[in-house]
Write a protein that binds this ligand. Structure first.
Ligand SMILES: [Zn+2]
Length: 226
């Protein structure tokens, strides 16, 4: 039987599937140095990510939307092994959901050629006014006070899962990682996981992720005598 141990995967996009943070690349391209003060306010936590990102897009005229879509399409690089990883999840009937604090105009085209992703959660941009307006369709539920923008733990709670695997790279993955049975991480999320004693494994590319999942399934199967 496939996926006998009931794994369910929630995977970040920016810096995880995509090799770089696309919001930051897009906003820097559109606003140049004018983006810097807001980036600093986000980094020093003077404002939440939701507030900061909303303010950044509000500086960009809606007439430039098409240009941003083209820029993102050319710029995005998918981390090696991702196609094999999606196929692995599909073959083993492991639900794979993408939870991205980014925007659907660059997340969805980047993932369009990978069949077998169960759901993609991302924010959207409203282009109907003179300036772009960030729309946050997945806010924090009553169990989260993070002002997350797109709230990853709230999305996790929408789905039943026996064993949750979180894949990510940054601080926006911390809240969902704290509720995971296994965290597959790099960069800031890896450091956080090690420091706080989370069940964390390190990855560089998605071939590593497949190897970690295989090992996890084998160990759990032995443990559960499946
Ligand atoms: Zn939240």
């Amino acid at each position: 039987m496939s996926n006998p141990v009931g794994l369910s995967i929630f995977c970040d996009f920016d810096g995880t599937i995509a090799t770089e943070d696309m919001i930051s690349a897009i906003v820097t391209y559109a606003l140049k140095d004018a983006a810097q003060p807001l980036f600093e306010r986000i980094l020093t936590r003077e404002c939440s990510i939701r507030e900061g990102v909303s303010a950044l897009f509000a500086m960009i005229p809606s007439s430039r939307y098409g240009e941003l879509v083209s820029f993102a399409r050319e710029r995005v690089t998918i981390r090696p092994g991702f196609g094999e990883f999606v196929a692995y999840c599909q073959e083993n009937q492991i639900p794979l959901r993408i939870v991205s604090g980014g925007f659907d105009f660059f997340v969805k085209p980047a993932l369009a050629s990978f069949a077998g992703i169960d759901a993609i959660y991302a924010n959207t941009l409203d282009t109907s006014g003179p300036y772009l307006r960030a729309v946050w369709p997945y806010p924090c539920d009553e169990h989260c006070a993070g002002d997350c923008g797109l709230c990853k733990p709230s999305i996790k709670r929408l789905h039943e899962a026996k064993r949750v695997v979180v894949i990510g790279d940054g601080i926006t993955d911390v809240r969902i990682a704290l509720q995971a049975d296994l965290v597959i991480a790099r960069d800031a999320l890896l450091s956080y996981g090690v420091e706080h004693g989370l069940p964390v494994a390190r990855f560089e590319d998605f071939m590593d992720v497949i190897a970690i999942l295989r090992r996890e399934e084998k160990e759990l199967s032995a443990c559960l005598k499946l």
